[in-house]
Design a protein around this ligand. Structure first.
Ligand SMILES: C[S@@+](CC[C@H](N)C(=O)[O-])C[C@H]1O[C@@H](n2cnc3c(N)ncnc32)[C@H](O)[C@@H]1O
Length: 251
């Protein structure tokens, strides 16, 4: 065997170096405990615009579509609530499903509610948007929704237990909630990737907000999410996971 064969080619060394660097960076970033997000909303105009462009990408749309189908397949005339609806894409997608009779999005940020209303009007979608805190859904009646969904919002909520109890209150008996979010316990090298992406790769307004690294640090682990749900009164919540995300299902 030649010297090159024994030592491995430059590609092997480069790959090993890159993986080592991701581990090193990831180990520095991965928090031992949850670090709550200092930024409750993505409502600065430049971030709204960038987020709008990013979330129009096909892989995000595809992920969203899968959640929508999972939430409404088999239902008839479903009333659906999207908690932390942001720019309203998910609520609008829900409003367009034949199984859905009513789609409402609520968000803490008045600017995002306004942007979502504008978007619904522009595309002619029958979705309503209201300014509300997830922890206080009192304008919504008990048992008024068949499905509750939420994406990338749970880790922002300052009173998550109250919010999960409110979601329980507004769901009909037999209704179901689907909360999709990032998870904090991602593998160490993923933290390395998130740090690089947050610092160098994403559009400037998102980078300046320290995202997505800050959101990973503020996110829950699957076990923490399940405990939160049980403390809020849910029996047998389930949490399914992917490499960087978790889906908390209740009901
Ligand atoms: C990262 S964005 C996600 C938006 C949207 N769900 C999506 O997937 O594109 C998080 C959203 O949660 C909202 N939010 C944060 N805290 C909230 C709270 N306590 N109640 C309702 N919405 C909240 C923010 O205003 C923001 O729109």
């Amino acid at each position: 065997m030649g010297k090159r064969g024994m030592m491995g080619g430059p590609c092997v060394w480069l790959t090993a170096g890159a993986v080592g660097a991701l581990y090193w960076l990831g180990a520095r970033e991965r928090p031992a405990v949850r670090q709550p997000s200092a930024v409750p909303a993505i409502d600065r105009p430049e971030i709204i615009e960038t987020w709008q462009r990013m979330s129009a990408q096909p892989h995000i749309r595809c992920f969203q579509h899968k959640l929508v189908r999972r939430a409404v397949t088999g239902l008839v005339g479903a009333r659906v609530l999207d908690v932390g609806s942001g720019l309203g894409q998910l609520t609008i997608a829900l409003a367009r499903q034949p199984e859905v009779s009513e789609a409402v999005g609520i968000d803490l940020s008045a600017d995002l509610v306004e942007a979502a209303r504008h978007q619904a009007e522009t595309v002619g979608a029958n979705a309503r948007f209201l300014e509300m805190d997830a922890a206080d859904l009192s304008p919504l009646a008990d048992a008024s929704f068949d499905v509750v969904v939420s994406t990338l919002s749970l880790h922002h909520w300052t009173e998550p237990q109250r919010a999960l109890a409110e979601i329980r209150r507004v769901l009909t008996p037999g209704g179901r909630a689907y909360l999709l979010d990032l998870r904090r316990d991602i593998a160490v090298p993923f933290y390395g990737v998130a740090a690089l992406v947050s610092r160098y790769l994403l559009p400037e307004p998102i980078r300046r907000a320290g995202e997505p690294l800050a959101s990973f640090k503020a996110a829950y682990t699957p076990a923490e999410a399940a405990v939160l749900a049980m403390k809020a009164g849910w029996e047998n919540p389930t949490v399914t996971t992917g490499p960087v995300w978790l889906l908390l299902e209740m009901g």
